[in-house]
Design a protein around this ligand. Structure first.
Ligand code: PLP
Length: 397
């Protein structure tokens, strides 16, 4: 039987497959330290949980409007106004089952077969697959470590064709932690406006920036770029709410309407109680978010310093999110645990087996010269895990 051609060439998520291997080893009783995860290791703040319980106790357990409850749309509009200086009305907001779902909706709403979507390398693991699922082609733009892995107007310009429909922009970024400056974003915005290219601006890590650079939404420069931008954000990362599955988009009304229609047939409304909890997350006390950020920042500083002390690997300082890209170029072509290694996946597997530390091979993000190390783990585990990597590599090199 012939099955869906467009889905045959989808890859499974590599970040999940290394996590599965780490789980296997743990089940065998091995003490594995996981640096593979993409979620805060904090619990959702209690006042947010309480609002979900309260909603359920009030009987708010049925369907809602497919694109979200008015209270949450209002909280999102207020947040966009307050944090990003962006004015949107409720009919421009679509609440979805996580930011991933929002990006899916966005690409489904704008792409036609043959369209090209620009994606920076290293990319978040799902971008190329989400583009393919919308019948479009990902076109890659290589970011260099010496440029903090950023795309530039020059590198973007080289990839623009008559088929370019959109660009996926992610600041702060996963897997790099890169934060674009206001001026860098302005230059990209100008180029996109000039070529009428839609910007899908994934701002899910907005609340996790550690340097002095503020978060700027690319939509905020002028009306033209705002009209071309689909702002994607959500509650997962900033509020430790990954399992609640709430994300959202803000866009022009035409795109919002199409996304709303797609969602109404595909999934109906996002989880009802999670929506009530999300109103509290956005409008309630923000102090637990600040505490989480302080803790992440301590770990970030420690991790960057410690990685750069280890033989054979290095990293630059990420400015946001909770990941470090560890450069493994020096390890390639060498022998580790009796095996000549040439690929990030081989190095990740050997480190998992021999040092019992789980890292994500950079190839998952299109950059084979790196391993992604997440600091969504305790400082104690970060210390032990990196000591183990150090011990193993010192012995081998
Ligand atoms: N965008 C980026 C860059 C991410 O890293 C993630 C999660 O890992 C998402 C979107 C999806 O987040 P959500 O849990 O809201 O679907």
């Amino acid at each position: 039987m012939e099955l869906s051609k467009k889905h045959l060439n989808l890859s499974p998520s590599m970040t999940l497959s290394i996590a599965a291997k780490a789980k296997e080893l743990k089940a065998e009783g091995k003490d594995v330290i996981g640096f593979g995860v993409g979620e805060p290791d904090f619990n959702t703040p209690q006042h947010i949980i309480d609002k979900a319980v309260e909603a359920m106790n009030k009987g708010l357990t049925g369907y809602t409007a497919a694109s979200g409850i008015p209270e949450l749309k209002k909280a999102i509009c207020d947040k966009l106004q307050k944090d990003n200086g962006l004015e949107y009305s409720a009919d421009q907001i679509i609440v979805s089952n996580g930011a991933k779902h929002s990006i899916y909706n966005a690409l489904q709403a704008i792409c036609n077969p043959g369209d090209e979507v620009l994606v920076g390398i290293p990319y978040w693991v799902s971008y190329p697959e989400l583009v393919k699922m919308a019948d479009a082609e990902p076109v890659f733009i290589e970011g260099k470590e010496e440029d903090e892995f950023k795309m530039t107007p020059e590198s973007i310009k080289k990839k623009i064709t008559s088929k370019t429909k959109a660009i996926l922009l992610n600041s702060p970024g996963n897997p790099t932690g890169t934060v674009y400056t206001k001026e860098e974003l302005r230059a990209i915005a100008e180029l996109m406006a000039e070529h009428n290219i839609i910007v899908i601006s994934d701002e899910i890590y907005e609340k996790l920036i550690y340097g002095n650079e503020p978060h700027v939404s690319v939509a905020s420069f002028n009306e033209k770029i705002k009209d071309l931008t689909i702002v994607v954000n959500g509650l997962s990362k900033g509020y430790a709410m990954t399992g609640w599955r709430i994300g959202y988009t803000a866009s022009n009304k035409q795109i919002a309407k199409i996304m709303g229609n797609i969602q109404s047939h595909a999934t109906s409304n996002p989880n009802t109680m999670a929506q009530y909890a999300s109103v509290e997350a956005l409008e309630g006390d923000q102090s637990s978010l600040e505490n989480m950020k302080v803790e992440f920042n301590k770990r970030r500083k420690f991790m960057v310093k410690r990685i750069n002390e280890i033989n054979g690997v290095s990293c630059i300082e990420p400015k946001g999110a909770f990941y470090v890209m560890m450069n493994i170029k020096e390890l390639k072509g060498r022998t580790l645990a009796g095996k000549m290694v040439n690929e990030s996946i081989e190095i990740a597997e050997i480190i998992l087996e021999k040092a019992q530390v789980a890292l994500v091979p950079g190839i998952a993000f299109g950059s084979d010269d790196y391993l992604r190390v997440s600091y969504a783990n305790s400082l104690e585990n970060i210390k032990t895990g990196l000591d183990r990597v150090d011990e193993f590599l010192s012995k081998e090199l």
